[in-house]
Design a protein around this ligand. Structure first.
Ligand SMILES: NC(=O)c1ccc[n+]([C@@H]2O[C@H](COP(=O)([O-])OP(=O)(O)OC[C@H]3O[C@@H](n4cnc5c(N)ncnc54)[C@H](O)[C@@H]3O)[C@@H](O)[C@H]2O)c1
Length: 317
């Protein structure tokens, strides 16, 4: 435990885009997590970054002893984790991949600024901006950090949406639902029902689970991003806790298996693409991926998801 607390107390997290909805929710979730030492909010709109940083700081006396403040790109130089949530939001009915042309130039500029600041050799770049898998691949190509230190949020948010909605439908505790989505953070995402469990029991045999329910929940999870855009202008709280969950696995070197996006080298037949597969996440970033047997239709869907991303990469990068 002592070993961990030394690491925890030194963890500095900078959030580029901290003045926006996703970045501010991530900052708040990191405060409530009480694990990282320093939270820095950075934004081209400094007022917004300072406003969110101050709002979070105002609650510090009730939560934890952390340093919370607005900053500049220079803060990237000594940050342990650099989170990028800066970006343009999806318009209603716009697919995440359609966003790419608007977001690549913006993201390239941010990568240039991070390079200029000179990140630590063991820094982790954590990409959240959409289309997250494509931008993660771009960062791996262009930032100059080892690929293992570049992680995308991938299907972490999609997974918690699926689990939480299924739990609500079945009246079971959400933390006991263990079904994970892999593949693209986008239309071709692949829920892996073959490995799903509720309270350690096979999900397809759990009382109340029917093929119709599975189809319905899958559809709701897939449409959640669009639903959030329509109802409240974009996802905030759930993506915030998703970001914090990954950062905590890094900060505590927990080596948890998570559906984050990272560069693939052949597992599940995926290569030269950043996409979500079962990935071990620790202080050094991606420590490995775990390959297990899936239903053939799931493996085929995962490979086709990889092809969707590869085609986009070839078109736009
Ligand atoms: N990966 C996921 O699961 C996931 C989920 C939700 C949203 N997102 C993505 O996160 C991104 C942000 O969404 P949001 O709702 O917070 O949008 P937002 O408009 O509320 O916030 C974006 C922020 O980025 C800032 N910004 C723009 N250019 C910048 C730059 N060059 N440097 C620093 N800051 C800059 C803006 O000023 C703004 O404050 C979008 O790309 C969105 O699609 C990803």
């Amino acid at each position: 435990m002592h070993r961990f607390s030394a690491k925890v107390s030194s963890m500095k997290v900078s959030i580029i885009g901290g003045g926006g909805l996703v970045g501010s929710c991530a900052g708040f979730a990191l405060q409530l997590g009480k694990i990282v030492r320093e939270i820095v909010m950075i934004d081209v709109n400094p007022e917004a970054a300072d406003g969110h940083a101050l709002d979070i700081l105002h609650g510090a006396s009730l939560v934890a002893d952390q340093s919370i403040h607005a900053g500049t790109m220079a803060d990237c130089a000594n940050s342990d984790v650099i989170v990028v949530t800066a970006g343009l939001r999806r318009k209603p009915d716009e697919s995440r991949l359609d966003l790419i042309n608007r977001n690549v130039a913006l993201f390239r500029g941010i990568l240039g600024d991070i390079k200029k600041a000179g990140p630590k050799s063991d820094a982790i770049l954590f990409v959240v901006s959409n289309p997250v898998d494509v931008l993660t691949y771009l960062a791996i190509r262009e930032l100059g950090l080892p690929p293992k230190q570049v992680i995308g949020l991938g299907t972490v948010l999609d997974t918690t949406r699926l689990r939480s909605l299924l739990a609500q439908q079945l009246s079971v505790p959400p933390t006991q639902v263990d079904v994970t989505i892999y593949g693209e953070h986008g239309d071709s995402m692949v829920p892996i029902w073959s490995l799903g469990q509720i309270g350690g029991l096979p999900v397809d045999k759990y009382p109340g689970v029917t093929p119709q329910l599975i189809t319905e929940i899958e559809k709701r999870a897939r449409n959640s991003g669009a639903e959030m855009l329509k109802k409240k202008g974009g996802a905030g709280f759930a993506v915030g806790v998703s970001i914090a969950d990954v950062i905590h696995s890094i900060a505590l070197d927990q080596r948890r298996v998570m559906p984050v996006s990272s560069l693939q080298n052949g597992a599940y037949g995926l290569r030269d693409v950043a996409i979500s597969v079962p990935t071990i996440v620790g202080r050094k970033g991606v420590l490995g991926v775990v390959e297990v047997d899936l239903w053939p239709k799931e493996k085929i869907a995962l490979q086709s998801s990889g092809r969707v991303l590869r085609e986009t990469i070839e078109k736009v990068l």
